[in-house]
Design a binder for this molecule. Structure first.
Ligand code: NAP
Length: 306
C-alpha cells in the first residue's frame, strides 16, 4: 500500500482517481475548497500564485504524487495565458523538482493536443509535437520542464471521459445530459481522438506506478474514433436518440481555441511495457453506463460544497 497525494482532487480525473486508488492505497487529495465530504483526507491549497510545495510534502509525506491540477479549459487558457503557464508549466515543474529531491514518484498529466493533428495515422511518443494553442503549448512546456528536473517522472498524455463533480466536465456527460433532455447537439466528424473511461485511466496510472515505469507515455483508449461516433456510441449505450446528434465540422463550431483534427495516439509503448493490452472502448463505455445505473454521478456530486 502506498500513500498517494493527488492535486486537483476535485477535477474529473482527480476525484475518480482518488476513489479508485482508495481501494488499495491511502489517498490524500489537494483541493481549493470545492470538496466537502470526500471519503479521503483533503488538504487545501490554491496554486494560482506561489506554491507551498515544501510544506505540503512535509505534511503529507506521500510515496507517490499525481498532479491532476491544471487549467484544462482550452478557451480559458486563450483568455488567461499567464494563468495557463502558471498551472500547466510552472506548477508541474515545481512539484516534479520537489518530488525528485524527496524520492517521491511523480506523475504528470499532459494532453494528446500537443500534436497539430496533421499526421495520417497514429502518433507515437517519438513524433514531434507542434502545439497550436495556449493550452497545448503550456502543457508541452510542462512536460519538458518535468522531464528536465525529474527524469524518473511518468508523463502521461491522456484523453478521457467519465462522471465529474459538476456533472458537465466530460464529453460523455455532454452527450448524456443533452440527449436526455431531448436537445439537439453537434458531433464533430473531423476530430479523431481515443477516449478512455476515466476509471480505466486511473487503474492504468496506478499499474504504471506499481510497475515503476518512467518517461513519456500515451495513455489513451486503444480505439480511435471521431467525436460524432463517440456521441452515437454513448447514445446507443444509454438508449438515447442518436438522431439528435448532428454531424458537423469543428471548423464551423465557433470555438475560439483551434482543435487538432487527428489525435489518434498509439498505445503500443504502454501496452508493451505493461505487458498487456489496454482495456477496450466498449468495456469502458459499459463501466460508464453501469456507474450511471448505480447512482455514481449523484454520489460524487454529493462530495461538493453546496
Ligand atoms: N479531460 C480530458 O479529457 C483531458 C484531456 C487531455 C489532458 N487532460 C489533462 O488531464 C489533467 C486532469 O484534467 P481534468 O479533466 O481532470 O481537469 P479538471 O476537471 O478541469 O480539473 C482540474 C483540477 O485542477 C484544479 N485547479 C485549477 N486551478 C487550481 C489552482 N489555482 N489551485 C489548485 N487547484 C487548481 C481544479 O480545482 P477546482 O475544482 O477548484 O477548479 C480541479 O481540481 C489535466 O492536466 C489536463 O490538462 C485532460
Amino acid at each position: 500500500m502506498a500513500r498517494i497525494l493527488i492535486t486537483g482532487a476535485s477535477g474529473l480525473l482527480g476525484i475518480n482517481l482518488a476513489l479508485e486508488a482508495m481501494r488499495e492505497h491511502e489517498v490524500i487529495g489537494i483541493d481549493r475548497g470545492r470538496l466537502r465530504s470526500a471519503p479521503f483526507r483533503v488538504m487545501q491549497a490554491d496554486f494560482s500564485q506561489g506554491t507551498e510545495t515544501e510544506s505540503i510534502l512535509e505534511s503529507a509525506r506521500p510515496d507517490w504524487l499525481v498532479n491532476c491540477a491544471a487549467l484544462a479549459n482550452l478557451e480559458e487558457c486563450e483568455k488567461h495565458p499567464e494563468q495557463a503557464k502558471r498551472l500547466n508549466t510552472d506548477l508541474p515543474a515545481e512539484l516534479a523538482a520537489a518530488c525528485a529531491k524527496r524520492n517521491i514518484k511523480f506523475v504528470h498529466l499532459s494532453t494528446d493536443a500537443v500534436f497539430d493533428g496533421t499526421k495520417q495515422g497514429a502518433y507515437t511518443e517519438e513524433d514531434e509535437p507542434n502545439p497550436q494553442i495556449v493550452y497545448s503549448q503550456t502543457k508541452l512546456d510542462g512536460e519538458r520542464a518535468v522531464q528536465q528536473v525529474n527524469p524518473q517522472a511518468i508523463i502521461a498524455r491522456v484523453n478521457f471521459y467519465g462522471w465529474s463533480l459538476s456533472g458537465q466536465r466530460s464529453l460523455g456527460e455532454f452527450f448524456v445530459n443533452n440527449l436526455s433532455e431531448g436537445k439537439r447537439v453537434y458531433g464533430f466528424t473531423d476530430v479523431v481522438f481515443c477516449p478512455m473511461w476515466v476509471n480505466h485511466l486511473a487503474q492504468t496510472l496506478l499499474a504504471m506506478l506499481e510497475k515503476d515505469l518512467h518517461g513519456l507515455y500515451h495513455v489513451v483508449g486503444a480505439q480511435p474514433m471521431n467525436k460524432y461516433q463517440f456521441g452515437v456510441e454513448v447514445a446507443r449505450k444509454f438508449g438515447l436518440r442518436e438522431s439528435l446528434i448532428e454531424p458537423q465540422s469543428v471548423e464551423r463550431s465557433g470555438l475560439t481555441a483551434k482543435r487538432s483534427h487527428n489525435l489518434w495516439l498509439s498505445v503500443h509503448k504502454l501496452s508493451t511495457d505493461l505487458g498487456r493490452p489496454l482495456p477496450d472502448f466498449s468495456t469502458g463505455l459499459d463501466g460508464f453506463y453501469t456507474q450511471f445505473q448505480q447512482g455514481y454521478p449523484q454520489k460524487i456530486r454529493s462530495y461538493q460544497q453546496a
